[in-house]
Design a protein around this ligand. Sequence first.
Ligand code: 5GP
Length: 207
Amino acid sequence: MSGFGSILILSGPSGAGKSSLIKAAAGEIGDFYFSISTTTRAPREGEKDGVDYFFVDKESFEADIRAGEFLEYAQVHGNYYGTSLKPVREALEAGKLVIFDIDVQGHAIARERMGDLITSAFVTTPSLAELERRLRKRCTDDEETIRRRIENALVEVEYISAYDFLIVNDDFEKAVDDFIAVAKAARLKKGRKQALAFVNAWRNTAG
Ligand code: 5GP
C-alpha cells in the first residue's frame, strides 16, 4: 500500500557497527530512506556534510529547536543531535521505510510521538571489552572521547529492554542477516492510519 511508510530505529554504542550494518544490508531491504541527523559535533575524518550528518553550530541548532523543526533531539557526549521532521514526513508519505540511527533518549521521544509506526533494534558488541577494542582500532577519536563513549555505552545498555530487538554484532555476517530480518519486519509494521485505510478498503469490496 503506497503512502504509508514505517520507521526503524537503531540505537547502540558508537562503534557497535550500526552504519556498517545498514551499508551491508542496503541492497537486501528494499527502498529505504536513511534519516540524516543534524549535529553540533565536529565532522570526523572522511565525514561529509549532508551525507553523514548536517553539521551546524550551536546557535543554528537552537534556532531549529525553537522553530519546532525536530521530531526529536538530544544531547549526546556534550553535543546536540536531532532528527528533522520534514524529510521524515516526506519519506513516510512516499511509503518508504525510514531508518534512524539515534540514541536511547531520541528513541524514547520518537516512540511517544510516532510509536505506532516504529520498530526498534539495539545494536551492540558482544561485550564491553570488545567495544573498547573497536573504538581504539577506529583511531578517529582521542582518549577523552573514547572514555566518554564508553561511559555513555554503559548507560545506554540499561535501555535494551525498551527495544523490540537486540542485534549482537559479533559475527558480522550473522548480524547483517539479523538486521535484514528486522528491517523486513519493520516494513510490515502498520500505523493506525494504514490499518484504518486497509479495513475500509477491505470492507468496501463486499459484493
Ligand atoms: P556519533 O557521534 O558517533 O556519530 O553519534 C553519537 C550518538 O548520537 C550515537 O549514539 C547516535 O546514535 C546518536 N545520534 C545520531 N544522530 C542522532 C539524532 O538525530 N538524535 C539522537 N537523539 N541521537 C542521535
